[in-house]
Design a protein around this ligand. Structure first.
Ligand code: PMV
Length: 366
């Protein structure tokens, strides 16, 4: 049965009033980093366990969609430019995606889309662009729907539908339609939570975490050796899958509590455990794969030592790759930047690291 919260999915709008001019919609949407990791899925991109992330301030996708009416056609048509250059790979991927969602948004089959996208952050550096780009596209589609049909006037409906649509493109994109912390997946103690779309956690979060900083230490910027869809699929036969999903939910409950109460010690404990769980799952799947580099481990050891010796509240997380996210509160920014320059930068590829922080979420640009 369809979740009653998702009544807005059932509007299934079709354009009946012709328009001749090309129209324009634009969104800037952030990438996010998961603290509780989504790893393992089923059905239509439904998660095996709930996940929690925060969205970045500076790492964004800027996306514009110019669209015009085509009359009656069987499938949506897309021209796609990435960084100003046509990309056949993305064109095909987006046409396929629009076809998949066309039961819920039949108007996409009536339109010819010219999509231009670019990222404010470099490729393969520990910040995934699928979440920012797919959330930007989902937000743009919801804006087109609302501009023509006024079906998503209520902001809660708008963002939930955008998150739902983003999820169908890339699971982690569901969380990028919000700023701050967001949560995707059903939790018994949170009535609004659901596997269908993410929800924002703004009200619940202790002010301790308002100014969280993230220094992304780029150990290696080669594209991922293993795609996340391949990794998710390996969880279907993973010997530790059942335990993992149980532990992930417990971690989420613990982290949620820590975020609410300002419990920095538990925030650090659970965040680091989660990074290790993700990579342990990869190393113990069949085939097994290892995304850490020796430098990733060297950085992790140094972060732990720095915390022990200096008593500074900083910690790490890692996405599906070798690059390390160093998380810390704004108050210790100078100490952390000295630490990076003196001890960590030597492990980074071309001494590269990216400064980012928790952001306030997507904005409509056109
Ligand atoms: O959204 P996907 O299918 O690329 O999966 C993302 C998985 C992780 O980045 C490893 C974790 C997460 O929750 O973002």
């Amino acid at each position: 049965m369809m979740n009653p919260e998702l009544a807005v999915l059932n509007t299934r709008p079709v354009i009946t009033k012709a328009f001749s001019q090309e129209r324009l919609v634009g969104w800037q949407s952030p990438a996010n980093i998961a603290l509780i990791k989504y790893w393992g899925k089923h059905g239509m991109q439904l998660p095996r366990n709930p996940s929690l992330s925060f969205s970045f301030k500076y790492s964004n996708t800027d996306l514009t969609v110019a669209y015009k009416l085509m009359g009656k056609t069987d499938s949506p048509k897309v021209d796609f430019l990435f960084d100003g250059k046509p990309s056949l790979k993305f064109k095909i991927r987006i046409e396929d995606y629009l076809n998949r969602i066309s039961d819920w948004m039949p108007f996409v089959k009536q339109l010819h889309f010219r999509i231009e996208s670019s990222n404010t952050f470099p490729h393969s550096t520990g910040i995934a662009s699928s979440a920012s780009s797919m959330s930007a596209l989902a937000l743009a589609l919801c804006s087109i729907e609302n501009d023509h049909f006024q079906t998503l006037e209520n902001p809660k409906d708008f963002y939930r539908k955008a998150s739902w649509l983003a999820r169908l493109a890339s699971g982690s994109a569901a969380r990028s339609v919000y700023g701050g912390f967001s949560l995707w997946g059903k939790l018994s103690f949170l009535v609004d939570s659901t596997d269908e779309y993410a929800i924002p956690l703004k009200k619940e979060i202790n002010t301790q975490f308002n100014d969280l900083r993230d220094a992304v230490l780029v150990v290696n910027s080669k594209p991922k050796a293993v795609s996340s869809s391949f990794g998710h699929a390996l969880m279907d036969k993973h010997p530790y899958a059942r335990q993992r999903y149980e532990v992930a939910s417990n971690h989420l409950a613990g982290l949620y509590q820590a975020l609410r109460t300002g419990d920095v010690e538990n925030f650090i404990r659970i965040t680091e455990l989660e990074a290790m769980h993700l990579h342990a799952l990869m190393m113990t799947s069949e085939p097994s794969f290892m995304l850490f580099h020796p430098s990733s481990l060297a950085i992790i050891q140094k972060i732990k030592l720095f915390r022990q010796q200096k008593g500074k509240m900083l910690c790490y997380t890692v996405d599906a790759g070798p690059n390390i996210h160093l998380l810390y509160p704004v108050e210790i920014q100078n100490d952390v930047e000295d630490f990076i320059k003196n001890d960590l930068i030597q492990h980074c590829e071309n001494q590269k690291w990216i400064r980012d922080e928790i952001g306030t979420g997507p904005i409509r640009t056109k």
